[in-house]
Design a protein around this ligand. Structure first.
Ligand SMILES: [Zn+2]
Length: 445
């Protein structure tokens, strides 16, 4: 049965369900129809529910009173495949090399959500039914920020009522190490523009008299950090929940740290806030990052101008205790206070998402850890937070009022969103076992 599950996953991966690309809308819809058919094959009832853009696929078994209701969430849409030339094999023609499946969406998120569906199918095959009431909600807009999912949740709040949500869209610290994620960072985005002269100026005629917007942007960006790597914005760290001693001790034991991060990123030294290990800085500390910086001449050769404007695109990763709006307020005040005269500063706050933290020692958390241990018997469960953001997790909490357990199956070198995205076949099979163990453990609570 495992081989046929793998063959079906390859079918799933052949749909170019790129949600951001309007020319792929039909492919996204076909992928949703195919997935609903797979849910029916597994023994669930399934419907493709339209939204203003890409549909939600909703599967369920027959719900009975007295059993817990588990909602498994994932997404069937994927990121664009470019740059195409960097793929060793075609992104939508899955290839298995040395036990690893290469295709766009292999890890994020088709391989992971399909492992859950195959686990459901296997349990129904073996036992005739599932031990819990199940809802499977697989959306087609995660990679474009889930613009229609919150309204969908609100409109179907009764139908989607559940006791806990399970998501496999996070990572494992290393191959074979079962990993339970109980926290995520939030995010707040800000675009900064500095405007100077009305037109680009000759830098010989005016250089030395007019303030250069590109220099000002560089100074403002540089002012965000102190020499010791701390963010130098007044009030930025207000409310930050300190790391607990058990977290620092547990994280220090993990097979993931400075060496692994340097190997994956290809850098020659790590940098960041003083007083914390690299892992603590990613999972438990807030940061300020420059995602883009520009202004002035970008072409080949030299052009002697003072640009009329320059910009920086900033995002801030936030941890529990921080509020995105408050952080953006503090950063804007910091920049305004430092912008010199002779230029105008324009600030455009962008998207934001709250940080997330759940108690890993709750009954659901412990059940998830037991399930992970059963699916990966060779390793000890790692309790981690992640540096990324999954804003929908907070929406689940607000709208449905329940916590989410995050059971990652992605490896650090899975290349999600990048060329040669990949997912080990072993993780796909472990994910099937994980789903079976998880529903069993949750049914016993
Ligand atoms: Zn993604």
């Amino acid at each position: 049965m495992l081989e046929s599950a793998l063959a079906s996953l390859c079918e799933f991966l052949r749909f170019p369900s790129v949600s951001t690309d309007p020319s792929r809308t039909a492919s996204v819809a076909e992928c949703a129809d195919w997935l609903a058919a797979q849910m029916r094959l597994a023994g669930l009832s399934a419907e493709v529910r339209p939204t203003p853009r890409h549909p939600v696929v909703l599967g369920k078994n027959e719900h009975r009173p007295g059993r817990p209701t588990v909602l498994i969430y994932g997404h069937y849409d994927v990121q664009p495949e470019d740059p195409l030339a960097e793929w060793q094999t075609a992104p939508f023609e899955p290839a298995i090399r040395d036990g690893v499946i290469f295709a766009r969406g292999a890890t994020d998120n088709k391989g992971q959500i399909f492992a859950h569906l195959q686990g459901v199918a296997a349990t129904i095959r073996e036992h005739g039914e599932l031990p819990v009431n199940l809802l499977m909600l697989v959306e087609g807009e995660e990679e474009i920020g889930s613009p229609n999912l919150e309204l969908f949740l609100r409109n179907h709040r009764e139908e989607l009522r559940c006791d806990v949500i399970a998501v496999s869209d996070t990572g494992m610290v290393a191959a074979g190490v079962p990993t339970f994620t109980y926290g995520l960072r939030g995010i707040a985005a800000l675009e900064v523009r500095v405007k100077g002269p009305t037109v680009d100026l000759h830098s010989g005629i005016y250089g030395g008299t007019v303030r250069n917007p590109a220099t000002v942007i560089a100074q403002l960006v540089a002012s965000l950090h102190a020499a010791d790597g701390r963010v130098a914005v007044d009030g930025f760290y207000d409310g930050v929940l300190p790391l607990e001693t058990w977290e620092r001790e547990a994280w220090a034991q993990l097979p993931f740290g400075e060496g692994e991060i340097m190997a994956v990123t290809g850098v020659s030294a790590l940098a960041g806030e003083a007083g914390f290990t690299p892992v603590e800085r990613i999972w438990g500390r807030p940061t300020a990052e420059v995602n883009g910086l520009g202004g002035g001449f970008q072409g080949v050769g030299t052009k002697t101008v003072i640009p009329k404007e320059a910009f920086a695109k900033l995002t801030f990763r936030l941890v529990p205790g921080q509020d995105p709006a408050r952080v953006l307020g503090a950063v804007q005040a910091h920049l305004r206070a430092r912008c010199p005269e002779g230029v105008q500063l324009e600030l455009f706050p962008g998207h934001s998402g709250e940080p997330y933290l759940a108690d890993p020692h709750s009954s659901h958390g412990k059940a998830a850890q037991r399930a992970l241990q059963r699916a990966f018997p060779g390793g000890q469960v790692a309790l981690i937070r992640e540096g990324g953001s999954i804003p929908i997790i907070n929406t689940f909490k607000q709208v449905l009022g329940v916590d989410t357990i995050l059971l990652g199956l992605a490896l650090p070198d899975c290349r999600a969103h990048a060329p040669n995205e990949n997912f080990p076949v072993a993780n796909f099979y472990a994910g099937i076992a994980l789903n079976q163990a998880l529903l069993d453990e949750l049914s016993r609570l």
